[in-house]
Design a protein around this ligand. Structure first.
Ligand code: SF4
Length: 446
């Protein structure tokens, strides 16, 4: 059972010493209750308090990562069954299946597609995450060769799928330092596979014929030294997957069965249509999903679905602050400034493009708040504008010093002029009217 903030506070040392990074023990307790801090940050907890708090504040579904570096896939750390209860933290990683029986050029081509393909939607890059290499040949050498072909094409998060621990070891010999996910530890081979997981620091998938047997096997794997685990819930039909993944999630979230508190691995390639299985696994509750390489429409649909499910509705969607260009602006081009709320950015950018006047768009960091809210909350202010003009080197891009601010920021115009030394032109409240503004005021005010 998860503890509430006040229950946690009772156990803390109450020194208010700030060494945990929080100003008081109470704020630290609140963070612990939300799963946003680690008990180990407080150096004054005795062992019994550490154990009590550790067990009740740790995410009920443990974190595990596949791969290293910028593209690594983080899974687990989930606290809730429904997104509206809090949020879902990690979207599932989609892995394209590669057979070790394929020709090398086909392997390389799939890897390059995974490496290079991406598209941007609402300011976010959407892409497939990695590849899963399967030992269909049964040959250790062929498997190692296929893993080498993947490695020569790209360093991507990988899943190594083989029934024979010797084949897994050969694959790990090629890419072990990149922490691939090992598939799979079974009741028959778990000791050898867990030894490999320990040796290479890799996460490992646990596979057993039933949910009960999975729980038993995860305990054995932990005892054998492998603690970064995934549960294999691949099933013959999407319906069976939904049944078992729902059961496992409920038991894990309620902490009734901590031995099932691990991210879920699933294979969407077997049984039924792959697309139906993929949708079911993305919605509930796949963490790593293996699929046959997808067609462009299927890939787009899947990545958009995943984005929609795993975007937190409580957090405004933001774009990266900075200096953007609309068209090819010259040194006399107008400069607009606005907030980093995605909807504001895309609306304004669209209307600016329609004017066909090349211009600069300076986006400042208001934590995703809209103009009206950011002005009211003091997040859009003269110091912020001054700092972002300096950070982006705007002065070196243009020969004038005129800034067009949003209409809702009009009350700040005097303070912005004073703080930045730039002349302020107040823009319209409605982005649809920027064309009119430019027609009337530019370049005479530039
Ligand atoms: S380090 Fe521990 S004692 Fe100090 S403020 Fe944080 S929780 Fe309180």
């Amino acid at each position: 059972m998860a503890l509430k903030a006040l229950d946690i506070y009772k156990v803390l040392p109450k020194k208010n010493c700030k060494e945990c990074g929080d100003p008081t023990c109470l704020t630290f307790a609140m963070k612990l209750a939300q799963g946003k801090a680690d008990v180990d940050l407080c150096p004054y907890l005795d062992e019994s308090a550490r154990q009590v708090l550790g067990a009740s504040t740790r995410p009920p579904i443990q974190r595990a990562r596949v791969g290293v570096g910028e593209r690594r896939v983080t899974c687990g750390e989930e606290f809730v069954f429904y997104r509206h209860e809090k949020t879902f933290y990690h979207q599932p990683g989609i892995m394209y299946l590669i057979s070790d029986q394929w020709q090398e050029d086909r392997i390389v081509s799939v890897c390059r597609e995974v490496k290079d393909m991406r598209f941007t939607r609402i300011g976010m890059d959407l892409r497939v995450d990695g590849v899963a290499i399967k030992n269909d040949s049964g040959s250790i050498e062929t498997f190692a060769k296929a893993v080498s072909a993947v490695e020569s094409a790209a360093h991507l998060p990988e899943v190594l799928i083989a029934g024979n621990p010797a084949a897994l070891e050969a694959g790990l010999g090629v890419c072990g330092s990149f922490r691939p996910l090992i598939h799979a530890a079974t009741p028959d081979n778990y000791e050898a596979v867990c030894a490999l997981a320990k040796k290479f620091g890799s996460p490992v998938v646990v596979k057993a014929p039933s949910v009960d047997a999975l729980g038993e096997l995860t305990r054995s794997c932990v005892a054998a030294g492998a603690d970064k685990l995934f549960l294999d819930l691949s099933r013959d039909t999407p319906g069976e997957f939904l049944r078992d993944s729902t059961l496992v999630r409920k038991l894990a979230i309620s902490r009734v069965a901590p031995e099932l508190g691990y991210p879920v691995y699933c294979d969407a390639t077997g049984g039924g249509t792959q697309q139906t299985a993929l949708i079911a696994m993305t919605a509930k509750f796949g963490s790593v999903i293996v699929v046959e390489p997808l067609s462009l429409p299927d890939r787009t649909a899947e990545l958009v679905l995943r984005q929609n499910i795993f975007t937190d509705p409580q957090k405004p969607i933001q774009i990266t602050p900075g200096l953007y260009r609309v068209g090819n602006p010259g040194r006399d081009a107008p400069v607009f400034i606005t907030v980093n709320f995605s909807l504001t950015y895309f609306t304004l950018q669209g209307y600016l493009e329609a004017t066909r006047v090349p211009c600069f768009l300076l986006i400042v960091d208001t934590e995703g708040l809209s103009v009206l809210t950011a002005v009211a909350a003091g997040k859009f202010n003269e110091s912020l504008v001054r700092d972002w003009i300096a950070k982006t080197g705007l002065s070196s891009e243009v020969d004038h010093k005129t800034l067009i601010i949003p209409g809702y920021a009009a009350p700040l115009s005097g303070r912005i002029e004073e703080s930045t030394g730039w002349k302020v032109l107040v823009g319209p409240r409605d982005a649809a009217e920027v064309g009119e503004l430019l027609e009337k005021e530019w370049p005479k005010n530039g």
